[in-house]
Design a protein around this ligand. Structure first.
Ligand SMILES: Cc1ncc(COP(=O)(O)O)c(C=O)c1O
Length: 405
């Protein structure tokens, strides 16, 4: 076993299924807002494990909670009552208008659960065979068969997986008439992200959201909000839907919930929760004692350290700094977008080379939709980190040749 980068790549190629286009970086350690490569070289982390490690990496306080709970009880199954799960449920439901929660293990599983809940509510409570779910173009909802079908994108995410499940319709983003036209007697739910993350950091316009809510009400359709990426302070509120003053019937969470341990949650109103009954939905690992204890601590920290407000302020700071860079490179930056620390910088050209140069300069971020630099750093990021990123971006843009997208 060797720990050179090339040896690691070779080893992985011989061992793992080839599903990831990995970044050319092997991470040996992560702490706070930094990742470290094999030689201990530090990288500024503006990715946070893809909007997961919102409190920063490898925290002592979370490690302590994890270790303490692991010594008491790790897994006994959902056949038993377990207080860590209830403590978390109470804290989580205190942050929103939902009444009930179902715990699972990932974003896709949470969305899958939300879709199942909507269908079963219609079937078992409303005695209706409504089952279709309408989603938006460029949305991303996960990679299980149902959630990839719900996802409003084409390409490798869908290629070769036919037949895809029935009961999903995707409509163009921002077009209320298209949405109205897609609603029929079979429609059970409309599922949206308040800010499309993978789809290019696109917040939904308020008027559009109001129209969606009105259409749901008029037609007896459930509103599902996918807060897997936007939830838990990332956008400047505990939940992104709270920016819009709406109350979804069902919403999902995952990524930041246990700061890197796998956890997901489906939250819903008491009314919709009637759709599930014992035996209708379950998971072996969901809501296990260790992840629940860690997620409880995560929520405590988010609330006491006012991380939603911090995310908002840092997002505004990042926007102002990015606009300074934009003023110097108006031909290369088209604008900024996002909410809070779900922040995007829109380049006017394909950004692959800029993204690569950022990484070479020890700045880790993500490129979505070919030209959007997506920054989803830990919410604990410091202003100096943002300033450093923008300085590096500025110098890269000064030297980069535009390669038309
Ligand atoms: C909005 C949204 N929904 C669902 C998912 C899927 O989550 P997971 O990868 O945990 O299954 C993601 C992941 O990026 C996401 O951003």
């Amino acid at each position: 076993m060797s720990n050179t980068f090339d040896a690691i790549v070779k080893r992985e190629n011989s061992l793992l299924c080839n599903t990831y286009g990995r970044y050319p970086l092997a991470v040996s350690k992560a702490k706070g807002c930094r990742l470290y490569d094999l030689d201990g070289v530090a990288y500024h982390d503006f990715l946070a494990g893809i909007a997961v490690c919102s409190l920063g990496h490898s925290r002592e306080d979370l490690a302590e909670v994890m270790a303490e709970q692991a010594r008491k009880m790790v897994h006994v199954s959902n056949l038993f009552y377990q207080e860590p799960q209830l403590d978390l449920a109470e804290k989580l439901l205190n942050t929103c208008a939902a009444d009930k929660v179902f715990f699972c293990n990932s974003g896709a599983e949470a969305n899958e659960g939300a879709i199942k809940l909507a269908r079963r509510y219609m079937h078992s409570v409303k005695n209706d065979d409504r089952h279709e779910v309408i989603t938006l173009e460029k949305s991303f909802h996960g990679r299980t068969l149902s959630t990839l079908t719900a996802t409003g994108q084409s390409g490798p995410i869908k290629d070769g997986f036919n037949p895809l499940p029935k009961g999903f319709v995707t409509v163009p983003f921002g077009n209320v008439n298209a949405l109205r036209g897609a609603i029929n007697a079979q429609t059970a739910a409309i599922m949206i992200e308040m800010v499309q993350g993978e789809g290019g950091v696109r917040p939904l316009p308020s008027d559009y959201v109001n129209d969606i809510v009105a259409l749901c009400k008029e037609n007896g359709i459930l509103l599902i909000v996918d807060e897997v990426q936007t939830g838990l302070c990332r956008t400047g509120k505990m939940w992104a839907h709270q920016h819009y003053g709406i109350t979804p019937d069902i919403f999902t969470s995952a990524k930041a919930l246990a700061n890197g341990l796998p956890m997901g949650a489906v939250m819903c109103t008491d009314e919709v929760a009637k759709g599930f009954a014992p035996g209708s939905h379950a998971t072996t690992f969901g809501g296990g004692a260790v992840v629940s204890a860690v997620a409880s601590k995560v929520l405590d920290i988010m609330v006491t350290e006012k991380l939603a407000e911090r995310a908002w302020d840092m997002g505004e700071f990042a926007k102002a700094e990015a606009q300074k860079v934009m003023a110097k490179h108006p031909d290369k930056i088209a604008g900024t977008r996002g909410l809070g620390l779900l922040f995007g910088i829109e380049l006017t050209f394909n950004g692959a080379d800029v993204w690569k140069a950022l990484l070479e300069n020890k700045m880790v971020c993500n490129l979505t939709q070919g030209n959007i630099l997506r920054l989803v750093p830990p919410l604990t990021i410091e202003k100096e980190d943002i300033v450093t990123f923008m300085e590096v971006l500025d110098s890269i843009l000064s030297s980069v040749e535009i390669d038309p997208a």
